[in-house]
Ligand binder design. Structure first.
Ligand SMILES: [Cu+2]
Length: 232
């Protein structure tokens, strides 16, 4: 093997990018990233896996159309599983931009930072599994890209029925800080409104009165009314 080839191979193997791709907690390439997937390690409070649940989660702009004022969303906003369930997620991104699924609040001894993370940098699909503890709890599921959760990409995963609804889940719970669309009724706003109403009446009248055919019609109607008024 030529010296140049050996050097190139060494650089590739020792490069940070290659190291990141093979990190035990992270898988990534130029299209996706998965962090903290856990298909086989049982939580401390689970003697065995109670059920295998296959969940397909789609993400994208079109899923937000059913929610007023929202821009991004998942196709579902809530999932329910049994304690100690193994969840096999198929994540589908329907947009041309990045979206994530992040599940928060998981035990740190199994999931660093308490989370599982699936991410697609554009349209595509990937799969990952994780096992939930036995605790009756509601986990936050969201996309952490700036403004994506605020714009609707937020959901909840309930284990054993969950311990309540999280706030600001589209279609499920009220927003903590609701969007405000109030009008500032200042004198200038009133003046603009009155002007618009007047123009709305005046412009059609001017157009009608200046149209030749309209004049003929108006004249005929006028003459007809005059003839009907004449005494027989
Ligand atoms: Cu997103």
């Amino acid at each position: 093997m030529k010296l140049k080839t050996i050097l190139l191979l060494s650089l590739f193997i020792l490069s940070p990018a290659h190291a990141a791709m093979n990190h035990s907690r992270m898988m990534m390439d130029d299209k996706m990233m998965i962090m903290n997937a856990n298909p086989d390690k049982l939580p401390q409070d689970c003697p065995k896996i109670s059920e295998n649940v296959d969940i397909t989660i789609r993400a994208g702009h079109k899923h937000a159309l059913k929610f007023t004022g929202k821009m991004f969303a998942f196709d579902q906003q809530e999932w329910n599983v049994k304690p100690c369930a193994k969840i096999n997620i198929t994540f589908i991104n329907d947009d041309q931009i990045r979206h994530q699924i992040m599940v928060h609040g998981l035990p740190g001894y199994l999931y660093p930072d308490g989370m599982v993370h699936l991410e697609l940098y554009g349209e595509g699909q990937l799969q990952a599994s994780f096992i939930v503890p036995s605790q009756k709890k509601t986990y936050l599921v969201h996309c952490e890209l700036p403004q994506h959760a605020e714009k609707g990409m937020k959901a909840q995963l309930k284990v054993d029925g969950g311990d309540g609804d999280l706030p600001s889940i589209p279609g499920i719970s009220a927003a903590v800080n609701a969007d405000s669309y109030t009008v500032d009724w200042s004198p200038a706003t009133w003046a603009a409104l009155v002007l618009c109403v007047l123009l709305g009446f005046a412009i059609p009248l001017v157009i009608i009165s200046n149209t030749a055919s309209s004049k003929v019609v108006i004249t005929k109607v006028w003459l007809y009314l005059q003839t009907r008024r004449k005494p027989k």
